[in-house]
Structures are given as structure tokens and as C-alpha cells.
Design a protein. Structure first.
Length: 155
């Protein structure tokens, strides 16, 4: 029984490490005054990442600009905000994206919405992006939602 278990573990180990990993990770740090969305989109465009997504981000903002849920008007706030969540996808090699952000202020009040241009770094933003070379993200107008929605294409 022990020999069978050892053989199964060895087979699983070999299978795990012989699979090709098509996911690459990229780390970047943004400095004070940089625009969060613009810098990430430019990074994706420069690297020609075809299916980039945000894995993690920690940092702070001195200006927050978001589009709250189901609103047409943007919300713009100045102050010091901790980034507590940043998630989203980049399509068409950075030209189109869908990113949500949540930030908290010094009292712990937290707010979030769609990330737009105008989110300026206060001290830093440490970001990890992932890209899967086996798929490509594009955006196409969805007749039902009328928004440009994610389309995933296998390479």
C-alpha cells in the first residue's frame, strides 16, 4: 500500500511540474503623482499583454476619481486614501479595461466604483498583474447590456 501511495505521489508531482504554465506575472511600482489607471494601461500596452488581469495592489491615493455603481456622474475626492481592493481586466492589449477600486479614508470609511482616469498616487502603488498567453481578451458591444463586455478568445 505504501509503495502504491508513493508511486501516486510521484506521478502527481511529475504531472504537476511537466505541465506548461501559460500564466506570467508582472510587478510594477507606481510613484507619487502618477495616474493609477493610465500607468497600468500603458504598462499592459508596452508589454503587449493579451489577457492581463490585476492580481493584487496595495498603495495609497491623494486624489480619487470613480464612477459609482449605476451612475453617469463621476465622484472626485481629494485626501489620503488607502487602496483596499483593486480588481479588473485589460482587453485589446490595454486599450480597453474594466477595473473596480475600493479605498478607505483615515476613519475607515470605504467607498468604491469603476476606476477612471484621475486617481493620483500619494505614496506608492505596488501592483501585480497576471497574463495568460493561451487566451486573449477583447471587448465587444453587448446588445443586451449595451456595454462593451469581455470576450475571451482561445489562442
Amino acid at each position: 500500500m505504501l509503495k502504491l501511495y508513493s508511486t501516486l505521489v510521484l506521478v502527481a508531482f511529475i504531472a504537476l511540474f511537466s505541465c506548461q504554465n501559460h500564466v506570467e506575472s508582472y510587478a510594477l511600482r507606481l510613484k507619487p503623482g502618477m495616474d493609477l489607471k493610465q500607468e497600468m494601461a500603458q504598462f499592459v500596452k508596452n508589454k503587449q499583454l493579451q489577457s492581463a488581469s490585476i492580481s493584487t495592489c496595495v498603495g495609497s491615493l491623494k486624489e480619487l476619481t470613480i464612477r459609482p455603481a449605476n451612475q453617469k456622474e463621476l465622484l472626485h475626492l481629494k485626501g489620503h486614501f488607502e487602496i483596499v481592493s483593486l480588481t479588473g481586466t485589460f482587453a485589446d492589449k490595454g486599450d480597453h479595461n474594466h477595473i473596480h477600486i475600493s479605498v478607505s479614508d483615515s476613519t475607515g470609511y470605504t467607498i468604491g466604483g469603476h476606476l477612471v482616469d484621475g486617481n493620483l498616487i500619494y505614496t506608492t502603488a505596488e501592483i501585480v498583474l497576471l497574463n495568460n498567453s493561451n487566451i486573449e481578451f477583447t471587448r465587444e458591444k453587448d446588445p443586451e447590456t449595451t456595454f462593451y463586455e469581455l470576450k475571451v478568445k482561445e489562442n
